[in-house]
Design a protein. Structure first.
Length: 184
């Protein structure tokens, strides 16, 4: 699968990383009694503000995908990119406070965070896929119902009046018919 076809999935990565980061820290802090050192997280607010518009664009693309064979590469791309971004973020956070980067591999925070990032990617991807399928079904139902409505019959003219004569262009347009915007 080419990156050209999956690049919009990468728009979901920043928001997924922030959500997974917060969840990983919540899990680690509830299972350890203050044993996890605090690292600066001032960048998360800015990252969230930048990630929201990107995530909306990526979510729209992923929800509108109708090709079933694209969902697995999209989920794998999303999960892999989120894991790489999370590991990079944790490394930078440790470097900024002078922490031991080699100790990061022994940290439960890293491994819980990697697991949570994969889970977050799967939840986001499958939720958007389900939303896209539901929207497709609703749109098809709406267009089917609208297509089955019979055309309106014009009211007869009042007695004693002749209907106006249509222009030549009007008769041509009536023969041609309206444009089919939502046709199959």
């Amino acid at each position: 699968m080419s990156v050209r076809r999956l690049w919009p999935v990468l728009l979901l990565v920043p928001l997924g990383v922030v959500a997974g980061h917060q969840a990983a820290y919540a899990v680690v802090h509830t299972h350890t009694a203050g044993g996890t050192p605090e690292y600066p997280h001032g960048h998360l607010g800015l990252l969230t503000a930048l990630a929201l518009p990107l995530a909306v664009a990526g979510a729209r693309w992923l929800a509108l995908r109708t090709n079933r064979d694209l969902i697995l590469p999209a989920l794998a791309t999303l999960a892999g990119a989120q894991v790489l971004a999370f590991v990079g973020m944790e490394t930078i956070e440790r470097l900024t406070v002078g922490g031991d980067v080699a100790g990061l591999t022994r940290s439960p925070l890293l491994w819980v965070g990697v697991t949570v990032q994969i889970g977050t990617a799967l939840v986001v991807g499958l939720t958007l896929r389900g939303a896209g399928r539901a929207a497709t079904v609703l749109l098809r139902r709406a267009t089917t119902v609208m297509a089955s409505i019979p055309p309106a019959v014009p009211a007869p003219p009042p007695p004693g009046q002749h209907p106006p004569r249509p222009l030549a262009v009007t008769s041509w347009l009536l023969q041609r018919g309206p444009p089919r915007l939502l046709g199959p």
